[in-house]
Design a protein around this ligand. Structure first.
Ligand SMILES: *Cc1c(COP(=O)(O)O)cnc(C)c1O
Length: 302
């Protein structure tokens, strides 16, 4: 669904430019995944899908459950034992079958893949052109609302958000810098950019679990090499502080995955022209609550 575009007074003043927040946190399922997963599920439904299979214990799985329920197509999500009860509840509320299997995502994903056939379709969380098509519509809406971005700031996990926003900008003939933000523990894109190679990290760490893809999709890596992408990494502490600041300033609770992007503005890490319109994708995230945010504070203090 169309989301609000808000000029943040606080962040605009702090960064001496115009900061525009695209509030993907306002989606029904709490994140921009409703755009990407929404598009892919609709396309496969038109092509005759009879079942959707996911292995995401996070926002992607929640959005597959939601879309399946809307489209009246049964959904099975296989998640590892590490998945939060909150995420499982959100999927079950949308009538998805949730199977808890294995200690890691790889185990859960293996079982999920064994269910796939010509009518039971696997929904990848970040690596498919349909996903990017759905995300590109964010830029259509921003233009429709009368804002021409001079730069975009967004978070990167597996790279579907980056892929879709890049495509959306291209659709409107906009060649502007994209600031691609990760936490230090999940820096698969930033590490690949430095190495100029599509590397895979040995491990991912920290509180921004939604960004924890060991390797970005090939398309995102390609974009980082061929277009104006500026890589940035922030600490878990910076991402977490931004979540609290944003909660105070905009009364919206977001995951550290989104706090990473916001921290770039709270910590004034980029110099913008005073007239610049900077578009910030507030990617959101449903795998968070106040208790969990406070728990992160305790965890990081030790
Ligand atoms: C999925 C997700 C991301 C990362 O998106 P990618 O397309 O995997 O790079 C960031 N924030 C939130 C809240 C997400 O759900």
């Amino acid at each position: 669904m169309k989301t609000p575009l808000i000029r943040s007074k606080k962040l605009s003043d702090l960064n001496s430019c115009n900061i525009w927040l695209k509030m993907e946190s306002a989606q029904v399922t709490g994140s921009f995944k409703e755009r990407s997963i929404g598009q892919v599920c609709q396309k496969y439904a038109q092509q005759g899908a009879k079942k959707f299979i996911s292995s995401s214990g996070g926002n992607a799985g929640i959005s597959v459950a939601y879309m399946g329920n809307m489209l009246k197509i049964p959904v099975t999500v296989v998640v590892p034992k590490t998945t939060s009860q909150q995420a499982i509840d959100l999927m079950q509320q949308e009538n998805a079958e949730v199977i808890v299997h294995g200690d890691s995502w790889v185990d859960a994903n293996d079982l999920a893949l064994s269910f796939v056939n010509s009518e039971a379709i696997y929904i990848h969380p970040f690596d498919h052109p349909y996903l990017w098509e759905g995300v590109a519509k964010i830029i259509d809406e921003v233009i429709e609302d009368g804002v021409q971005p001079d730069a975009v700031i967004l978070s990167v996990g597996g790279g579907s958000l980056l892929s879709g926003i890049s495509q959306g900008l291209k659709n409107h003939g906009l060649d502007v810098p994209i600031y691609a933000v990760e936490t230090q523990g999940t820096a698969s894109l930033n590490t690949a950019m430095k190495a100029k190679q599509h590397i895979q990290l040995d491990q991912v760490t920290g509180i921004a679990t939604t960004l924890a893809a060991k390797q970005v999709c090939a398309n995102a890596f390609h974009i980082s090499q061929s277009e104006h992408v500026v890589g940035l990494t922030v600490s878990d502490q910076e991402a977490l502080s931004a979540c609290f600041n944003f909660l105070d300033d905009h009364r919206t609770l977001v995951e550290p995955a989104c706090g990473a992007t916001l921290s770039v503005l709270y910590d004034q890490k980029i110099d913008f022209e005073p007239t610049a319109n900077v578009l910030v994708i507030v990617c959101g995230g449903a795998s968070i609550g106040l208790q969990k945010l406070l728990q992160f504070v305790e965890d990081l203090a030790v």
